[in-house]
Design a protein around this ligand. Structure first.
Ligand SMILES: Nc1ncnc2c1ncn2[C@@H]1O[C@H](COP(=O)(O)OP(=O)(O)OP(=O)(O)O)[C@@H](O)[C@H]1O
Length: 307
């Protein structure tokens, strides 16, 4: 049976005369990580603010573990954690003192054991005695996640969590979030502008435009099962490269670049070795992934429809 810890049902929100969120519906399967993608101003933050009950929708509802955010707010919020704006941490307190402070503020009783558990989850054991003002941005982000996990939510919402992080910070965060989903069955919704990041982190992505869901994309299919990549190769001499690539399908020539459509990620090494074996020089290989393709097609198509 389908198991949806978060269901968004027909949300509408207007600010003044502007109808910002239009009949927004989607649902998240347990233990999966969802990207929440859309151009600037498409309504990601507004939707997230309604999900975590910071603002009220004009109509529609959000169910968290089947509990309505409208009629059963306390029970619904007990199962959701979120970092919507920058986590409100106190720099002059240590990591441990911050966690104890937020544990006291919580509606639930939070044990010392639980504090230890969330610290271990984000691997901050060695930093608990340090003042938070001396943390790196990545450590602050992880402490913020630890705070949002204190009450054992089954759904975690993160608005642009990789903003400002360096590549190592982003990689570490990806690791913790994937572990949360796989090992603890937490369901995540992560908004971001970074398509590559979403593709590496998430199982699925919900794409929105102008306050409406335009598609839901599965990342696993995009990388492995389906042949959906366009592989672009710069190789010399071009004519011989063209001959070698012919068995892989129709080859489009675009100046010095050869484009092979409908390839799978796993086939890329075979394609390259077919060229190298014949002493053809390969100067560069790139590929356009399905998420990027789908994102731009979906969001641009809608734009054309409007004009
Ligand atoms: N409190 C508000 N009052 C009036 N308009 C608002 C308010 N909050 C958001 N909006 C408008 O709603 C639209 C959606 O904004 P929102 O912040 O949800 O988009 P977003 O997809 O999160 O954008 P970004 O990617 O830039 O963060 C924007 O046009 C914004 O100006």
């Amino acid at each position: 049976m389908a198991d949806y810890p978060l269901q968004v049902k027909g949300l509408n929100k207007s600010f003044g005369k502007a109808h910002i969120i239009k009949d927004m519906s989607f649902q998240l399967q347990r233990g999966q990580i969802y990207g929440f993608l859309g151009p600037n101003g498409s309504g990601k933050t507004t939707t997230i603010r309604m999900i975590v009950s910071l603002i009220k929708p004009n109509s529609g509802d959000v169910l968290i573990e089947g509990k309505s955010i409208q009629t059963d707010r306390k029970a619904a919020l007990a199962k959701i954690g979120a970092i919507v704006e920058d986590p409100d941490l106190y720099g002059y307190l240590t990591g441990q003192q911050n966690l104890e402070h937020f544990a006291r503020l919580s509606n639930e009783t939070i044990s010392k054991e639980r504090i230890k558990e969330v610290v271990a989850l984000v691997e901050l054991q060695d930093a608990m005695k340090k003042k938070v003002k001396n943390y790196s941005l990545g450590m602050k982000q992880r402490l913020g996640i630890a705070v949002s996990l204190l009450h054992k939510p089954s759904v975690l919402i993160l608005d642009e969590p990789t903003n400002g992080l360096d590549p190592k910070g982003i990689r570490d965060l990806r690791f913790y979030l994937q572990r949360l989903a796989k090992e603890d069955g937490v369901t995540l919704l992560v908004s971001s502008h970074q398509l590559n990041e979403i593709e590496m982190l998430c199982d699925r992505a919900i794409v929105i435009k102008k306050g409406e869901v335009v598609d839901e994309i599965s990342m696993n299919e995009s990388q492995t099962i389906e042949k959906t990549l366009t592989v672009k190769i710069e190789a010399k001499p071009v004519q011989r490269a063209l001959d070698q690539l012919a068995p892989f399908g129709a080859v489009k020539q675009n100046g010095d670049t050869l484009e092979l459509e409908k390839q799978s990620y796993e086939d890329i090494p075979t394609i390259i070795s077919a060229l190298v074996k014949e002493n053809i020089e390969v100067f560069g290989v790139t590929y356009q992934n399905r998420l990027e393709d789908a994102y731009f097609t979906l969001t641009e198509e809608q734009e054309e429809g409007v004009s």
